[in-house]
Design a protein around this ligand. Sequence first.
Ligand code: PLP
Length: 465
Amino acid sequence: MTQSIARSGTEQDVDAAALVASVEQALAMARLHRIADPEERLAYYDKIVPKYVYNLGIANNVLLFDLLNEHVFSKIKLTEQDAKYALPPYGVQELLDPITRFLNLRFPDGIDPKEDVFATAGGSGALECLAFGLIHGGVLKPGDRVMLPAPFWPGFLWCFEQRPGLQCVPVRLDGDDRFTLSVPALQKAYDAASEPKPKLLVLTNPHNPLGVNYSRELLDDVCRWALDKQMHIVSDEIYSYSQSTGTDGFHSVLSTDAYRTDPDRIHLVYGLTKDFGLSGFRIGFLVSKSNDVRKVMQGDETLKSLAWFGPLDSLKSAYVRKLFVADDGRPSDFPKTLMADYAKLLKSAFDRTAKRLRAKNIPYVGEKEKSRNAAQFFLLDLSAYLDKMLPPDLVSINHEIDQREALLGAYLAKDASVTLLPGGEMHCPKPGYFRLCYTADTPENVEQAVDNIAASLAKLKPADS
Ligand SMILES: Cc1ncc(COP(=O)(O)O)c(C=O)c1O
């Protein structure tokens, strides 16, 4: 008789359960390592680690949930129509009209709801559709280069490389910290690129992760520079209402003279993911006056609309209708009111987090200059901790980046229960930066997370001690 049979049933059950749990954990870890997108990897990590994690690595926004719940989610009543196809797949005109009215409040008046706006499955869908549109129109071909001022949101890589087959080129910027966008920095990167030269420039304004707004003059100079090179420009303005210091420093690319002179080659991406706190809904808007883009979005005799594969489906349409259309069928003022409330909530969350970071001596980019005023992030500078002694049992979940940075991130996840996005994943110019999304959890929890980070960092000893 073997030992295990001689033991009580309860013990065997416990052993079996422990075995199953450890196999499940191993499988989950294996799956974790196979997830390409670092933000998605953090979200999955959050699910499989046993204790509660403050996931401040992924760019969510919980600040508006209560208001949305009260005014939108709780009021939805689906009709039979909502179970049918919503056509066209890029948004029915009755929705595109009030949506465009709202967009025209923020982006200069001139967006035509019948021609220029296409709803997509998220900002990512809009970016990918744009790439396909330009490829279909012969402006780009697979393999062409896309200039991305670095650091940048890692998702741009999936949007432009994975299916369109373009090639992203990170552009190193100017300034002591290499975080300043300038025409000379772009020119240098352009000169360094081999033939064929890049054909698309991607701007993020307000910037993820730097949290800056670009001035209209800079945008104009940068756009003129790119247009002179026969490039197209996409400005991702998905954080446009995320103004965190109480003053609005946002200027859209659509407000530049460059846009007025060459509207066909400057495209805008917006969406409800960030400003509206609806990341799970995946609702984006592609705004473009280019015939090539229109053609792939609207479809024609031979081409199915690209939006068919990532549509504003009828369920999303029902929610969007509740957001943008009043009960009497007229455009609703709710989105405008919501953004006014958001401005207050965001400022309060920003101030509380900044205060706590300062109190805990955790440095962040732009702290002294007070130059970070938009989007939903603090870019922490933890480079001073890169060479400290870390516990030996940490597992890196970021393989392509500096491993000191990856392990410091793993340490904070384990010891502080806080996940942050390592700067290497966003092509930061040197290791040690971590992006903290301060809208991803309640302000109280973000403060607690900052306290935890500070306590964990304080435990680290110099490597030679
Ligand atoms: C600059 C930027 N654009 C687009 C997206 C993606 O938006 P969506 O989730 O709507 O696809 C993100 C998400 O983090 C982002 O930061």
